[in-house]
Design a protein around this ligand. Sequence first.
Ligand code: 5GP
Length: 344
Amino acid sequence: DLFYRQMPKVELHAHLNGSVSFSTIEKLMARKPHLNIEHNMTAILSGQKRTLDECFQVFKVIHQLIDTEEDILMVAKDVIREFAEDGVKYLELRTTPREDKNTGMTKRSYVQTVIEAIRQCKNEGLDIEVRLLVSVDRRHGVEVAMKTVKLAEDFMRSTDGFVVGLDLSGDPTVGHGGDLLPALQKAKNCGLKLSLHLSEVPSQVDESELLLNIPPDRIGHGTFLHPEVGGAQSLVDKVMKNNTPLGKNVLSNQRSTIKVYEYIPPHKHQSDFGPLVFCSIQTDDRGVFCTELSKEYQLAASTFSLSREAMWSLSQKAIDFTFAPDSLKQQLHQKWFELHPSLF
Ligand code: 5GP
């Protein structure tokens, strides 16, 4: 539907290496034919369902394909360009710095290269603002997390405001988020905005309790926070008390069997959590799930019988929950205001 493609959109939850398109994967495969990687190893096709564990296997394969600065630059530029082509005006990318002894890529050069891609896209005049969250992979423990925070802090201070925050992600069934508290707290104290994946799987009440105490600036998923789905009222109360915006990925995870509870109508969350909750529509891993943000909007509209005006409001509301400075938020609101008449 052209309407949803043309509608200006905000993408707040996109993992860089989960957002790699089919055509970029083809280019990477051509660079590394010896790996013998096939498309069904890097994407979950429509109609297929995978367990969370299987989803995380897919990332391992993608990471094998992307192991040089040259790869990262191409991937990040392609991803940004493709989001722009889909009508995304503000993109918050998140990615986990990786190093590779064989190619000489370091975590620092990894982040530097993603920032270079953002810069190049800006210089090419693409109509999209991009900001970066540096991801901590929970599987790697607190020592690595501390170093990642330091890296994020350095880049936050030395680049033109491109790095705005820290993301906590990685396989939620491995490790305990509580162990990472010192690193997350340090990030918060130095001014990095915190977006934490939490209660993505059941039985993480204790962990979520600890993480919510920080408190984060935004929650990713929060699928199992609610007592009705095995969470706890105390968690809901904490979210309410701290005014923590809860970014539901309303549809993007429908292909991962574990996250079906996220697949519930926005108004239900609204009534449970009140106006704090914003139900933004986000892709999470657009490449892996073979989707586009415009498709997710269209799917949400038809699934929940929402009007185009309602979808427009949803996309505009997301501006307020970005980690962008106020001046940029104002510019984005202005853009929405100017584009509205051309679409209605
Ligand atoms: P990257 O950080 O390499 O750019 O993107 C892929 C990584 O993002 C994965 O290895 C994983 O750590 C994280 N990730 C992507 N999708 C999800 C998700 O749905 N849940 C969690 N917890 N982590 C994810």
